[in-house]
Design a binder for this molecule. Structure first.
Ligand SMILES: [Zn+2]
Length: 181
């Protein structure tokens, strides 16, 4: 089979190696490119990490963590109790927000709007973290696969047999997850 060197990927010389020819054929076409470019790229990891370390976004994480704590509930319970009791006249002092506590309602509404936004900022940051992790996972898996195929080539393990077993195992595992869900 003639190998047509492609313009957009470099290591055609690597295909002198039999193990790399196995890798080339693994995506179904022996085209001189070891890896078929994925259709959706994970965004540049350095850009993601930079975004994760921005101080304002870290503050959003901190606020969201506090809003998800029991201390948040306790503080608000005490605050609402004091506010309501003071404004129905149970506690001495001026009544500054008569029933139905319009000022308290406005403050809490504004707080809710900002909290909702903080939660969404934090969710975006969680997604970025997951992207960075999955990119690292992908790179490690790829490294492991290339090493395994080269080691297998030295040990004269039949790559087609291994791939058959892999496909059977994947089919069985997807069947069992489909059955349980
Ligand atoms: Zn090789």
């Amino acid at each position: 089979m003639t190998q047509t060197p492609s313009t957009d990927s470099k290591p055609v010389s690597a295909l002198q190696c039999p193990a790399c020819r196995v890798l080339d054929a693994a995506d179904g076409s022996q085209d001189g490119r070891l890896f078929t470019p994925p259709t959706s790229h994970v965004k540049d990891a350095r850009h993601l990490v930079r975004a994760l370390t921005r101080a304002q976004d870290r503050a959003a994480d901190g606020i969201t963590a506090f809003a998800g704590s029991m201390n948040f509930v306790y503080i608000h319970s005490v605050w609402f109790a004091i506010w309501v009791l003071a404004n129905v006249g149970f506690v001495g002092g001026a009544v500054f927000d008569k029933f139905p506590f319009g000022l308290l309602t406005m403050i809490v509404s504004l707080e809710a709007i900002f909290l909702a936004t903080f939660v969404m900022v934090s969710q975006n940051r969680q997604a970025l973290r997951a992207d960075v992790r999955s990119q690292l996972d992908f790179e490690n898996n790829l490294r492991g696969e290339i090493w395994a195929i080269h080691i297998g080539a030295v040990l004269r393990i039949d790559p087609e047999h291994v791939e058959d077993v892999v496909q059977q195992a994947l089919a069985a595992s997807s069947q069992s997850t489909a059955a349980t869900s």
